[in-house]
Structures are given as structure tokens and as C-alpha cells.
Write a protein that binds this ligand. Structure first.
Ligand SMILES: *Cc1c(COP(=O)(O)O)cnc(C)c1O
Length: 360
């Protein structure tokens, strides 16, 4: 067996410890005589998995009691609809468009009401976060929406926008559990788990209780009402059982690492190894304004499409995989989520240095 250094943006690298545990429990989960994939979601055994996962997530993030934790399906793209369906109670919302995922969310919201774009960084290929200290927030807006870490472009909100008293809704898919958060600053924090937390198929939404009501867009499917899932502990229908089980294992792993403050420190150290090299290199450079750099997704280029392609090819052969950048940015992107060890980032930088020397 040989594992590669996997820099995929998502689905992405998971902690090896978690994968080993899951492998050990595959045929017989804790004496149940079956795998977690084979058991009823109504069984005591599965309920314990689900409730323990929620307790651990609450501990990790310090989620206050007046917030519900919902385990949902449909991925990020379904949430783009589910958010306005549940929250556009007066038919208006404001969107800050800092990348493709925010743009898609904004476009989807237009089906359910008036979605205003109140700031954007599209003019420079989303390579920065716009100034959000004094935005033209609509007086009638039900919420202000952001994508907090832009997976494709490698930018991150270092400061939350001033929403002028409106509820903040944040897509944290690619920075979920990468650092501590102050949950109370948000109305909704949600993320698809396949970037930094678990396998594809689970979306976690942390929703302030007073926002969960029967007052939703009239055509909202039963399953897409937050209230349906909140009233049923995410067990209204069959949830993505195996995905939740793996997320639960990742939560426990994060606790063993020292929690989110420890992860932040570790993630800063890891990202600095790559950014410091990019700032010194004569061949490679980062594509994002320095103060807006993400700790999780790091795009970089050589300035030559041929050299970029050669780099990706040679890196792949050397065991550094999934480094090709998104087609709208070009070049390369290294996603260095929680589960990427520091040794992986260091090895990548050593490989980049060799490539730079060879191509000087
Ligand atoms: C990947 C991603 C999405 C889309 O998720 P899907 O589950 O593929 O629909 C949305 N937002 C962010 C920030 C992402 O990184």
C-alpha cells in the first residue's frame, strides 16, 4: 500500500487514523455484527453515532444551545436554494459575490425573490475580498450571504462583513473546522463536508433557532424545510448514515489534536511554508492579494501554461496529486486541509524548489 500526497480541493484527503478505524469497523461495528452502512437509521446503535457526532461538533465549535445542528443532503448546490427558501421571509437578500460558489448561490436565490449583489471581486478574477465595512445593505434584506473561504480562488474573509444588523449566512464548506469560530455572529453557518470534514454526501447546517419556522417559500419541499429536519433530529428520512459516521470520527480526531485552536495554529504553520516559498520563488507566484490569502486553498502559477502543465505532470509522477488549478484560474492549486500533514506541504515545497532549479 502506498498513499500519495493528495492536494484535491474536494472530495479531499481524510485523516489516515480515521480511515484505519473505519476499516477495522467495516465488517462488525462494535459488536453489532454489521457495518454502519447496513444498519437501520432508527437503530439505537446509529442514533448513538448521530447524537455523539452532534455533541462532539457542538464541543468543537462551541455551538450555543439556541442553534440547531442539521445533517442534510443535496450538497452545496442544493443549499443555494434551501437558504432562500427558508430565510427569504420578506423576499429580499443581499449577496457578496467573491467567487463561483457565491455567484451560483446568488443566481439560485433569484428564483425565490430579489437577490441583490452588494459587493463583488469579479473584476479581478476573484483574487481579493472586497471591502465590506460599509456595504449598501438593503433595509428590507432578510440576510446577507457570503462564501467565507473561496475554494477555487483561494481567498478568505479575515473579517466578517458589517451586515448592519442583518443576519449573516455563511458557506464555510472549504474552511469548516479549520479554525475557531464565533457561532453567535451568524444566523446560519453551513458547509458541504467533502472539503475539510468527511466524505461527499453530507451537508451540515448550524441554524439559529428563531430562523427555523413554518414561514418558508410556498413551494418548498417538506424535506428542504429546516423545520422538518430540526423537529426530527435530522432523522425525518434516511440520512447519509455512513457519511455522518465518518464525520463523527473526524470530530473525535480533531478533539484528539487539541481542537480548533490547535488546528488553526497548525494550519497557519502549514500554509506559511508554501506562501513563504511562493513569495521568494522566481518561478512560482501566488495569485491572491496577500491579506486575503486562504489557509486551505492555495492557487499558484508559473506564468507559462507549458511550465504549469509540465509541473503538474512531474508532480503527479512524484506522488503529489490533484494539483491542477481550476480552469478559471489556470496554473496550480494546493488544497491543504486539516488532514494534510505538514510533511506533505514541506515535501511539495522541496519538489517545487527542485523544479525551479531545473527550469531556471
Ligand atoms: C464545493 C463547494 C460548493 C459546492 O458543493 P457541492 O456539494 O458540489 O454542490 C459550494 N461552496 C463551496 C465553498 C465549495 O467549496
Amino acid at each position: 500500500m502506498s498513499r500519495v500526497y493528495n492536494f484535491s480541493a474536494g472530495p479531499a484527503v481524510l485523516p489516515e487514523e480515521v480511515l484505519r478505524e473505519a476499516a477495522e469497523e467495516m465488517l462488525d461495528y462494535k459488536g453489532s455484527g454489521m457495518s454502519v452502512m447496513e444498519m437501520s437509521h432508527r437503530s439505537k446503535v446509529f442514533e448513538e453515532i448521530l447524537f455523539q457526532a452532534e455533541r462532539d461538533l457542538r464541543d468543537l465549535m462551541g455551538i450555543p444551545d439556541n442553534y440547531k445542528v442539521l445533517f442534510l443532503q443535496g450538497g452545496g448546490n442544493l443549499m443555494f436554494a434551501q437558504i432562500p427558501m427558508n430565510l427569504m421571509k420578506h423576499g429580499t437578500a443581499d449577496y457578496i459575490v467573491t467567487g463561483q460558489w457565491a455567484k451560483k448561490a446568488w443566481q439560485e436565490a433569484q428564483k425565490y425573490g430579489t437577490a441583490n449583489k452588494i459587493a463583488s471581486s469579479e473584476d479581478k478574477t476573484y483574487s481579493y475580498i472586497p471591502d465590506c465595512s460599509d456595504l449598501p445593505v438593503s433595509p428590507e434584506a432578510d440576510y446577507v450571504y457570503i462564501c467565507e473561504n473561496n475554494t477555487i480562488y483561494g481567498t478568505k474573509f479575515k473579517q466578517l462583513p458589517d451586515t448592519k444588523g442583518k443576519i449573516l449566512v455563511s458557506d464555510v464548506s472549504s474552511c469548516f473546522l479549520s479554525e475557531p469560530v464565533d457561532v453567535e455572529r451568524y444566523g446560519v453557518i453551513w458547509g458541504g463536508v467533502q472539503k475539510n470534514v468527511g466524505p461527499a454526501g453530507v451537508v451540515i447546517a448550524i441554524v439559529r433557532e428563531d430562523l427555523i419556522t413554518d414561514e418558508v417559500w410556498p413551494g418548498t419541499p417538506t424535506l428542504m424545510k429546516f423545520k422538518t429536519q430540526a423537529d426530527n433530529n435530522s432523522l425525518y428520512n434516511t440520512p447519509p448514515c455512513y457519511g455522518i459516521y465518518i464525520c463523527g470520527k473526524v470530530f473525535q480526531w480533531l478533539k484528539r489534536q487539541g481542537g480548533l485552536a490547535a488546528m488553526k495554529e497548525r494550519n497557519e504553520k502549514k500554509a506559511a511554508i508554501l506562501y513563504d516559498y511562493l513569495d521568494k520563488s522566481k518561478l512560482f507566484s501566488g495569485t491572491v492579494r496577500k491579506e486575503d490569502r486562504s489557509l486551505m486553498n492555495i492557487p499558484f502559477v508559473t506564468g507559462s501554461a507549458e511550465l504549469d502543465a509540465a509541473f503538474v505532470k512531474e508532480a503527479t509522477a512524484a506522488g503529489f496529486v490533484n494539483l491542477k488549478g481550476h480552469r478559471t484560474v489556470g496554473g496550480m492549486r494546493a488544497s491543504i486541509y486539516n488532514a494534510m500533514p505538514e510533511a506533505g506541504v514541506q515535501a511539495l515545497v522541496d519538489f517545487m524548489k527542485q523544479f525551479e532549479e531545473k527550469n531556471a
